[in-house]
Write a protein that binds this ligand. Sequence first.
Ligand code: COI
Length: 357
Amino acid sequence: MKQVIDFVKANLEKEKQPAHALGFGKYFTDHMFMMDYNEEQGWHEPRILPYQPLTMEPSSMVFHYGQAIFEGLKAYRTPEGKIQLFRPDKNIERLNFSCQRMSIPTLDEALVLDAITQLVTIEKDWVPSEEGTSLYIRPFIIATEPYLGVRPSKRYKFMIILSPVGSYYGGDQLKPVKIHVEENYVRAVKGGVGHVKTSGNYAASLKAQEEAEAQGYDQVLWLDAKENKYVEEVGSMNIFFKINGEVVTPELNGSILGGITRSSCLQLLDYWNFPVSERRISIEEVFEAYYRGELEEAFGAGTAAVISPVGELSWNNQKITLPPSETETIAKRLYDAITNIQLGKEPDPFQWTVEVK
Ligand code: COI
């Protein structure tokens, strides 16, 4: 039976920012979704309420042991004014995958889709229409039991907040980013939680990110933790290379996040019969391809980042620059295809979009 989601309307409506001021994740809409879990009732009391601060005990387990997971997806406004979600089923599936790995009770996937749909419908005026903008949807779960022993919490909160966003890196969506290949720190090991969207992965990445930024880089590219040799991911996006006419991306090996934009790129490339392979690729191979003149492109793919061409890569005291291509790049072709489907400007042969009415 379909669960009823209660609704308490906000008294005040916040002022909306112009598209050029949005950036990423700085502004939040008027309402949020919330649901609680305890052992007696399971997940209960789904509700949409005014966006507001939380009151929590300082002993809540999330503050101490980081039992927390999240997701990121987007709602888009089409030129006709319709609002659509991009592959929400995949994010909800991954949310439950993260729950399982982090010992958090899983959610009813139909209820989560209903919660996202109802919340976005209430906030539909917050979905921006300007080029490169969207409404970012952030579902997340935190452990709320007040207890200091180390074991899975017996209480949780599942929430969804919304944020109108522009480009993740600032400026033009296709502005090339500078990436530093990380050699000292590692992100994830096989058997760990690198393939899970858990908050601690991002906390662990901050130091390397800070050091790379101090040297003028936008992000770090992580290598495998065992041999410091094979390319993994960028942290906020998966990575792709085009080498001698073929697109190559690291295979999902248990320490890389299975990105939904990553899988959309692979599906599109396959649909276009474009040579593509998911395999282990060493950073040495990437640099050697560059020196042979065969590294044609590098780009990242993620929900927040969409498709981000890489303009510069630094590793092992070598810096390589990928000049802007004279011809249309595969990154641009993928960007156009994905955003045109998201925005309803092109047919959606894969049924990726879900209209919010
Ligand atoms: C997303 O692309 O939605 C992500 O989760 C990356 C993020 C940490 C900004």
